[in-house]
Write a protein that binds this ligand. Sequence first.
Ligand code: ADP
Ligand code: MG
Length: 486
Amino acid sequence: MLSEEIKNKYQLVVGLEVHAQLLTASKMFAADSTEFGNLPNTLISVITLGHPGTLPKVNKKAIEYAVKMGLACHCEITRTNIFSRKNYFYPDLPKGYQITQDKGPICVGGKVPIRLADGSTREIQLNRIHLEEDAGKSIHLDGEPDTLVDFNRAGTPLIEIVTEPNIYTSEEAYAFLTEIKKLVKYLDICDGNMEEGSLRCDANVSVMLKGAKELGKKVEVKNMNSFRNVVRAIEHEFERMVGMLEEGKEIISETRTFDANTGTTSGMRTKEELNDYRYFPEPDLSPVVISEEWLQSIQSAMPTLPRDLYKKFTEEYGLPDYDASFLTESKELALWFDELCRETSLYKAASNWMMGPIKSYLNETATHIYDFTINPKRLAELLALIEEGKVSSSIASQKIFPELIKTPKVSPFEIAQKLNLIQESDETSLKPIIEEVLKENGQKVAEYKSGKKGLTGFFMGQVMRKSNGKADPKVATKLLTELLNN
Ligand code: ADP
Ligand code: MG
C-alpha cells in the first residue's frame, strides 16, 4: 500500500472512450435487424457477412442519432462525412475490416458538464464522437476447445464518444459515464445498458507528478462491464503506476484487461505489437452530406435534456440539488414530476412524495413510473388535502396512497371520507376529546400545572390515539394548551 503522502505527489489523468449501441431497428450498413437476444446467426445477410460483390448502404437514422448526441454535447457537426476502412483480421470480423470514421468524425470537440458529490461542477472536453459498426461476438464455452462466432451483432451501429485526457479523478469518470448514460437515454438513441453491452467503456489512464507539463505514458484498460468497475480499474491503475514510478520503473504503453474478481488489471498487448490498421476511405460509400435543412430538422426534434430539467427544478421550482438530481435520473420520472408541478405549486412537498412513498412503491413492486396508476392530477389533489389540513401526511401516505393506487378513479378526498380519515380541525369536535384525555389523566395534569411542561407531548399522543390519528395537530395543540392553562 502506498502512503497518502506519496500518492499526493501524483496527478491521475484519464481519457475515456465510450461505445454506445444505437437503438436503430436495422444495422449501420444493412437491413438486418439489430434486436438483442435472438438465436445466434439469425440476423445476418450477405452484407453483414461481407460476401464479395455486396455493397453497404448508410442507415439514415444512425446519422441522425449521432448528430443528436453531438448537439447534446455542444459538438461541431461535420457536414460532409466520409467513412473509412479499419483493416485487421479477427474471426468476428468477416469483412476483414471495420467501417468507421478516421479523419473527420461526425461530431468534433464538444463538452459534457458533470456535477460532483460536493456540489461542484466541471466540464469534460470531448475530442470527438464518431460513427462505426460493431463487430460480431466470439463465444468461448467452458471446456470447449473451439471458438464460436455469432454475427448477429456484426454491423450494429455504434457511436464512440472520445474524451480529451482531462478527467482527473475516478469520481469524475463515474460522473461523466452517468451523464452519458442519462443523455443517451433522454435522447432515446441507446438503452444505456452496460451489463448487456449496449454501453461499453475503455479507460486510458496515466499518472504524472503534480504540476508536470507533459502527460505520462498511458495504458488503455478494457473489459469493465459496470461504471463501478471502471472506477475500480482506474484506482487500481493509479496505484500500480505510482508504485512503478516510485520504484524507478518505466511505464509502458499497453492495453490491459480488468479482472472484476480481483479488481486488478493485467497486460494484453503492448503498443509496439499494435496493428497498423491501414485506414483508407471506404470506396463503396459516397460521402454523407448533412444539409442545413436536415440539421435543422434534427435540432428541432431534440427532446428536453436532463440538464434543462435540472435547471428548471432547481431554479423555477426552488428544489435542492439532491432532489433535482434524483428527479432527473430518469426521463420518465422527470417528465412525470414536471407534469405534477403543472397541477400543484407545492413543489417541495411534491418532490418529497416522489422521493418517499412513490419511489418506495415503485421499487417494492418493480413498477415503472409509466405503469403507475395514479396520475399527476390525483397526486396533486392529495397534496392539496394535506396542505389544507384535511388529512395528515402520515395518514395520506399510509392509508390514502395505497387506496388511491387501487382505485385511481376515486378522488383522494372521497377516499378519505369513505375511510373516515378526514382530520378533525373543528374545535367543537376536538374539545370533548381533549377534555376526556385530561379527565383520565388527573395526576399528569397536576404535574403539568406544577411545571412539567414537557408533558404536552404525552397529552397530544393520547389525543391522537383517541381521535384515531385524525386530530389536526396544530388545532389540537392550541386547544390543549388553552385547556391545560385554564
Ligand atoms: P491513441 O493514438 O493511442 O489511440 P489517442 O490520442 O487517440 O490515443 O487517445 C485515445 C484516448 O486516450 C483519448 O480518450 C485520450 O483522451 C486518451 N489519452 C491520450 N493520452 C492520454 C494520457 N497521457 N493519459 C490519459 N489518457 C490519455
Ligand atoms: Mg485513438
